[in-house]
Design a protein around this ligand. Sequence first.
Ligand code: TYM
Length: 336
Amino acid sequence: MQETKEAKKLVLSGIQPSGTLTLGNYLGALRNWTKMQDEYLCYYMLADLHTITVRQVPAELRQNCLKTAAIYLAAGLDPEKITLFLQSMVPAHSQLAWVLNCYAMMGELNRMTQFKDKSARHADNINGGLYTYPVLMAADILLYQADYVPVGKDQKQHVELARDIANRFNNTYSETFRIPEPIISTNTASIRSLSDPTKKMSKSESGDGTIFVLDNKDTILRKVRKAVTDSDGEIRRGEGKHGINNLMNIYSAATGKTDGEIESEFAGKGYGDFKLAVGEAIADLLGGIQQEYERYMADKAYLNRVLIEGAERASYAANKTLSKVYRKVGFYDPHK
Ligand code: TYM
């Protein structure tokens, strides 16, 4: 882990390709990733191993992997600058996850709020993978010696667990893993559901609370028109004004306007006007991505090439850490 002064800091993050990405995934994660690609050495993966903790239709999962890769590129990630790869194509993730399982405590895993939420939602399928999911995520991060992990707020606890596991391993043996830090943007850390702003916007929500990155303009306008607000009638941030606060966060992220600018723009106007403007701003923001997306989807050979080259680069980096770990825990290697 020698670090020269000019060495770029390393960034790793991922999104589960379990369906079409949401506006929450885009604003909470993907958009921030694109801003980091010039300054840092970035590894961005499609966390397909994580998706099977919940039942997937195999043909859909395959298609969603390709679609998500196209969305990554359409959002502005440049495979010449970053390493874009599929987690399942780099076996070291599963291999390190096993080792780290032996350094993660049941008590720690029991405290993971996402496990509690997901097991309540999928009560008929509380499998071991759902439980050890954060350990696989720790392996994703630690394999690359990541300095920073840009995520939404809901993933912060998992990054903290990765830090704890890394520290435990380093203290048991010797310095092996770099200790990663989560990077969480302020106003877009948790985009809320439009139909229930006390909950986060999520891929799995059925109904009109979630805007998908590939939704067309009419759909976006309709969903925002139906968004739950309050009876106060004023466009301003306020305690308990979850719906309006959320729409202000989205509008601000889409237009770059500050709260003050938004409040004066809509002074004396009603929620209908505001919702129309929010819907238009989202449609503008996503419209460009959608066009690019179609272009990438029409060139499957190119997408395949990006994924194959990405997996080769990722494997090279990941295997370096994995062999160090294997040696430290005491696995015998007859080649050496
Ligand atoms: P996933 O697929 O649920 O979400 C991907 C990213 O999007 C963020 N996000 C949101 N941000 C703001 N508002 C929302 N409503 C919203 N919904 C989702 C998430 O915080 C996340 O950053 N376990 C991870 C994937 C993963 C990973 C990793 C991430 C696997 N390995 C290693 C970082 C590093 C997950 O399920 O994210």
